[in-house]
Design a binder for this molecule. Structure first.
Ligand code: GYE
Length: 318
């Protein structure tokens, strides 16, 4: 029997209500997940969400940490194919270069789910669905706050930008969305823009060099909280007041970022939810059962001002 035909049978039995939609390897569903690494508070919360919800859903999770390297993710996916897991999910560290390995998964009839970050391939048949945030929208929200904050002011506003990991979807998109909004007003000038690799140390080091080269930074836009938090250390060490001398906008809204926002050191945070686990497990069960799933599942998120952060902090889960 072909694997496709087998998939049909599984779907039929799931529809008839007998069986849990488990794939070729017995009753329980095996999910191979390749994580980016542990670069940020967001990532730690995301990993926890995935591990906890797999346990709750009774899914056998094979978790692999790529330590920020695409080659490690490709190796992990190949090993999931060899082990014949039922479903493969991964959070692609960068956008490009996935066609070959995803074609291998497709040829092996193992469905793939993209979580958190997208790939840039036009071939939508390489994966079943993509669950995650709209990063362009996040960048736009950051830009819109800035436009409002400086409304009615004509003086130039000098912006420094800390970009995420080069080639990563959230770095590309958060930069593009932000640029798209601020370009309407020529007073906004991005005078420095470099990667801090989504890490605290990266943010701190790059901000130190920014501050030396540009004594006149008005605003820092960091693509995530961790880089913003690292930059705050550099700003304070340079004798300036974060949140006042330099206004700071970040993305994520993890606990430490929200605390800095509540303390007045960050001015605005665009939320990006890392709690993708429950929805991912649900989608994994559905694709394993051969059910139709939407090509794109968007995460719902909001934004926070300093007052809103103070209110939200006590109930924040991550
Ligand atoms: O914003 C950042 C993390 O891909 C949405 O990756 C994720 C980003 C998140 O390192 O903190």
């Amino acid at each position: 029997m072909t694997v496709a035909a087998l998939g049909g049978l599984v779907a039929a039995s799931a529809l008839a209500g007998c069986g849990d939609g488990g794939g070729g390897s017995g009753d329980s569903l095996t999910l191979g997940f390749s994580q980016v690494g542990a670069e940020s508070g967001w990532r730690t919360a995301n990993t926890k969400s995935i591990q906890e919800s797999a346990k709750q859903a009774g899914i056998d999770l094979k978790f692999s940490d790529a330590q920020g390297k695409q080659e490690n993710q490709i190796k992990a996916i190949r090993s999931f194919i060899t082990q014949r897991v039922d479903v493969i999910a991964f959070s692609p560290v960068v956008e490009s270069g996935w066609e070959t390995v995803l074609k291998e998964a497709k040829d092996a009839d193992i469905p793939v789910i993209l979580t958190d970050r997208a790939i840039d391939s036009p071939d939508k048949s390489l994966y079943k669905t993509f669950i995650g945030s709209d990063f362009v929208l996040e960048g736009k929200k950051a830009g819109e706050w800035l436009v409002k904050e400086y409304e009615g002011q004509d003086d130039p506003v000098n912006i420094a930008e800390l970009q995420g990991t080069p080639g990563a979807a959230p770095a590309n998109d958060r930069k593009a969305g932000f640029a798209d909004v601020i370009k309407a007003e020529p007073k906004f000038k991005v005078i420095a823009s470099q990667t801090g690799d989504f890490t605290r140390t990266g943010g701190k080091q790059v901000m130190e060099t920014f501050l030396k080269a540009h004594p006149d930074i008005d605003v820092l836009y960091a693509h995530n909280d961790d880089m913003g938090l690292g930059a705050i250390e550099a700003i304070e060490a340079a004798g300036k007041k974060p949140g006042t001398d330099i206004k700071i906008i970040t993305v994520d809204a993890v606990h430490d970022g929200m605390q800095a926002l509540a303390d007045g050191k960050i001015n605005y945070i665009v939320e990006c939810s890392p709690l993708l686990g429950p929805q991912l497990m649900d989608l994994a069960k559905k694709v394993n059962a051969g059910e139709e799933v939407p090509q794109r599942v968007l995460t719902e998120e909001t934004t926070f001002t300093q007052d809103q952060a103070q209110e939200a902090l006590p109930d924040r889960k991550y």
